[in-house]
Design a protein around this ligand. Structure first.
Ligand SMILES: [Cu+2]
Length: 334
C-alpha cells in the first residue's frame, strides 16, 4: 500500500485547498473589527480557520469515501487483509501536523509581539511567584517595590502594551479602569472625570490601566479582539488604537458572582472633536457637583467641615487628638 498519488487525488487536493482558503477568509464568525489590533488577530484566526477547515474536510472526506468504497459486499464473510505498518504514510501524517503546529506557534508569538504583548514597560507587575518563596517579613518589602524594568529585555508582561514601534512612548489617552462587583468604573486621570462608560477618540492610542477591587474580572472588547483579566492586587495594562467610530459592548468575561451577567458597560469611539466636547461636558458637570457639595457645607458642624480641609492642606501637621477634641466639643471656640 503506497500513498495514493494519481491525478484524481491531486485535483481533490487542489479543490480542498481552494475551499479551505475561501472559507478561512469568509467565515463571518467574528464581529466587526474596530481596532488596529483586531486586524492582526483576525489574520491569525483566519489562518487557523483555513488549516482547520482543510483538516476537517480531509478527515471527513476520507471517512465518507471509505464508508462507500470499502463497505462489505453481499455474501462476503471473509476477514479484511492483515495490513500492518506503512512507514511513508506514518511519516507523512506525523510530519504535516508537526509543521502546522510549529508554523501556527511561531505566527501566534509574532502576533503577540506585534500587538505589544512583549512590551517590557507594560504593567508594573512585581512577579508574585518569586515573592511567595521569600520567608518571613522580607516578602513585604518585595511586594511593595516592583522589580526594576530592564529596557530591551522582552519578558511576559501582564496585558498588552505598546506595539514595538511605539515602545517607550506614552499613549495619547490614559484611562484607569476599576472592575468591581458588578460594574466597570472609568477614571480619566488627566481631567479627573469618573464615569460608567468608556469614551475614547478614534485613531488615538488608548492605554487602559486595569485593576480589580474585589474578585477576578475580565475586561473584554469583542470588536477590538482584546481581553484582559482584572486581578486584585496585580495591575494590568491594555493598549490599543480604535479605528472605527461607534458604540461597542464591554463584557466581563469572568464569572465574578451572582450578577456577573449584568456586568456590562459600553465603549464609545468618537471623532476627536466629539470626544473633546464630551470630556469638557463631563468636567463641567463634575465642577457643578463640587459646587453643590460646597454649598451644603453650611449645614455641617465646624469639625466636619474642617476635617477634610485640614487633612488635605496640612497633612499630618495636626494631631488626631486635636481633631477628636473638635469632634466631641463642636461648640468650643478657639
Ligand atoms: Cu465581573
Amino acid at each position: 500500500m503506497n500513498i495514493p498519488s494519481n491525478i484524481l487525488t491531486m485535483l481533490a487536493g487542489i479543490a480542498l485547498t481552494l475551499v479551505s482558503i475561501w472559507y478561512g477568509q469568509n467565515h463571518g464568525l467574528l464581529p466587526i473589527a474596530a481596532s488596529e489590533e483586531a486586524a492582526i488577530i483576525d489574520g491569525l484566526f483566519n489562518t487557523m480557520m483555513t488549516v482547520s477547515v482543510g483538516l476537517f474536510l480531509l478527515v471527513q472526506g476520507i471517512l465518507v469515501i471509505s464508508v462507500f468504497k470499502f463497505r462489505r459486499r453481499a455474501g462476503d464473510q471473509a476477514d479484511g487483509p492483515p495490513i500492518h505498518g506503512n512507514i511513508p504514510l506514518e511519516i507523512v501524517w506525523t510530519a504535516i501536523p508537526a509543521v502546522v503546529v510549529l508554523v501556527i506557534g511561531v505566527y501566534s508569538f509574532e502576533v503577540y509581539n506585534r500587538l505589544g504583548g512583549f512590551d517590557p514597560n507594560a504593567a508594573l507587575d512585581p512577579g508574585v511567584a518569586q515573592v511567595a518563596m521569600v520567608p518571613g517579613d522580607e516578602a513585604t518589602g518585595l511586594i511593595a517595590s516592583p522589580k526594576p524594568k530592564m529596557p530591551g529585555h522582552h519578558h511576559m508582561a501582564l496585558g498588552i502594551g505598546a506595539m514595538p514601534a511605539d515602545e517607550g512612548r506614552a499613549a495619547d489617552l490614559v484611562v484607569d479602569v476599576m472592575g468591581l462587583q458588578y460594574a466597570w468604573i472609568f477614571t480619566y486621570p488627566a481631567s479627573g472625570v469618573t464615569t460608567g462608560e468608556l469614551h475614547v477618540p478614534v485613531g488615538k492610542e488608548v492605554q487602559l490601566n486595569i485593576k480589580a477591587q474585589d474578585v477576578l474580572h475580565a475586561f473584554w472588547l469583542p470588536e477590538f479582539r482584546l481581553k484582559q483579566d482584572a486581578i486584585p492586587g496585580r495591575d494590568a495594562e491594555l493598549r490599543f488604537k480604535p479605528t472605527r467610530e461607534g458604540e461597542y459592548p464591554i463584557v466581563c468575561a469572568e464569572l465574578c458572582g451572582p450578577y456577573h451577567g449584568a456586568m456590562a458597560a459600553k465603549l464609545f469611539v468618537h471623532s476627536s472633536d466629539e470626544f473633546d466636547g464630551w470630556l469638557q461636558q463631563q468636567v463641567a458637570s463634575n465642577d457643578n457637583t463640587a459646587q453643590v457639595v460646597a454649598m451644603r457645607s453650611e449645614d455641617r458642624s465646624e469639625a466636619d467641615y474642617l476635617t477634610p480641609i485640614v487633612d488635605h492642606t496640612m497633612g499630618k501637621a495636626i494631631s488626631p487628638e486635636a481633631l477628636a477634641q473638635l469632634h466631641t466639643h463642636p461648640s468650643v471656640t478657639p
